[in-house]
Design a protein around this ligand. Structure first.
Ligand SMILES: [Zn+2]
Length: 123
């Protein structure tokens, strides 16, 4: 009996270890329409499978808090944050003027259409 318990104890020690907790993957991804929209910070958890994308017009997407795995909260690591800041600055210089110009054109087109569709008074 004692021997059986020792054997059981030994057997227990050799149980395969629990699945290790894999770290959350963080990266910076280009915004929609070939980067016309600002870059996103993406977090993905290989353990629970949850992922989140954050976009910001102010360059603050790296301040996102990623909650997953029943309430764990994670913050963007400094190297990913630096990468995001670099790409966001690039976006601001190169793509933000294009996006603003595109939005301006759309507003103008809508204004033109609105005028065109104004009801004309019958004479
Ligand atoms: Zn998780």
């Amino acid at each position: 009996m004692g021997k059986a318990m020792i054997l059981a104890g030994i057997a227990e020690e050799y149980l395969p270890p629990a699945k290790p907790f894999e770290p959350v993957r963080w990266n910076v991804v280009a915004g929609a329409l070939q980067g016309l929209y600002p870059p996103n910070v993406r977090a993905n958890c290989p353990n629970c499978g949850k992922s989140a994308d954050t976009e910001s017009q102010k360059g603050t997407a790296d301040q996102m808090v990623f909650s997953h795995c029943t309430g764990q909260r994670e913050y963007c690591p400094p190297d990913v944050s630096r990468e995001y800041q670099r790409r966001w600055q690039e976006w601001r210089k190169e793509f933000q003027p294009k996006l603003l110009a595109k939005e301006q054109r759309e507003r103008e087109m809508q204004a033109t259409r609105a005028v065109a569709y104004l009801p004309t008074r019958g004479r």
